[in-house]
Design a protein around this ligand. Sequence first.
Ligand code: UD1
Length: 435
Amino acid sequence: MDKYIIHGGKPLYGEVEISGAKNAAVAIIPAALMVDGVCRIENLPQISDTETLLTILSHLGAKVRAVARSTVEIDCTNVRYTDAPYDMMRRIRASYYLIGSMLGRFGAAKTTMPGGCNFGVRPIDQHIKGMTSLGAQVDIHGGFITAQAKNGRLKGANIYLDKVSVGATMNIMIAAAMADGVSIIENVAREPHIVDVANFLNSMGADIRGAGTNTIKVRGVRRLHGGTYCLIPDQIEAGTYMAAAAAAGGEVKVRNIIPKHMDCITAKFREMGVDIVEYEDALLVRSSGKLRAVNLKTLPYPGFPTDMQPQISTVLALAQGTSIVTEGVWDNRFKYVNELRKMGAAITVDGRTAVIEGVPRFSGAPVAACDLRAGAAVVIAGLCAAGTTEVEDVHYIERGYEDFVGKLRSLGADIVCITAPDRPHEPAPITATAG
Ligand code: UD1
């Protein structure tokens, strides 16, 4: 069991290179299953979620080859329809994209239900609605989802999503890419990674228009061919380093990003008193560590991202005044607050709203990462705390942050990862968490 040991109180200085977008990668790897030929993916983040998905593809018969750091070649030409390895599928939520890609390629899919959820009920009714509209018969039984297209091929359809869902938007778009005819998907999510997945599919021969708006039109094609695609940078990883610099103080250049994707996050940090200079592909973040309280509500893009809520709330817990943070996407995304309280944060939570009274400083404490972004939040708290913070369950963090410890150390943070003996009587975690 790995844990992080952080000696807090050091400002951060230097430059940090942002990796490829996790939430694009975890859809693009399953989508590669539909490609007839070699698919070269560049700027792939080296995180455990992408490793798991690549292993799943290998089990299905794909040839997967790492050709350079952050570049893999995936050849699914000879993949035949077969059951996916369920143990691995249960580990990550994004395995649901295999429903769309298997249906698109084989007209049939069988996967496990995506694993347990850390921040409330996480239904997949909109994914099922989409696949059903495309002509699949979908059954859920005994923790498995099976889907079968009538006559072995999906058929284009008009689909209106009842809820703006990132996962459902991408899954339906992936499936529709190889359906017969045209699909119009309305009320879709508009996150940058939706556009990235559409661009990936288009570069392999798909015909998808409108990604990034609230209506996507997909003209199905018979075949996707091989090609090369470079992923966009990770908006949330970049925002996490901005939060770390804002809270700990110092001057950090966050590099290899698309500043436009950061607008909703940059605006909030500026409101808090953080000085941010924008470059073509970087943001320079300067903070004295003395920040103002702000209110915010998380919303689908271009609103403030829910995946930045734990990190910015941690920064606000050190700002002067009272902030109100409302979670507009998930029912239960404040579990990390208990961990921050152990470090001295003054936060009360009522349903989807947190009232945060800024305190002058945190004190180091033993804490746990409750999920991926909650884990990033307690690490940020540890960087600012007086004394030593020990963070357990860091495997959650490693699902989504490439070399988190190494990147923070390069900015001057005093953080190390140690391997501690496993806690007794505790089974290895197998449930998925969002991220
Ligand atoms: C993705 C991200 C996650 C992020 C979330 C919102 C991945 C792997 N994960 O999760 O990090 O927090 O987007 O930006 O990309 N909903 C339904 N029915 C559905 C699907 C969703 O009611 O069929 C609801 C959910 O309960 C939630 C909201 O819609 O309240 C948004 O969920 P969704 O956008 O689908 O999140 P994910 O794609 O699971």
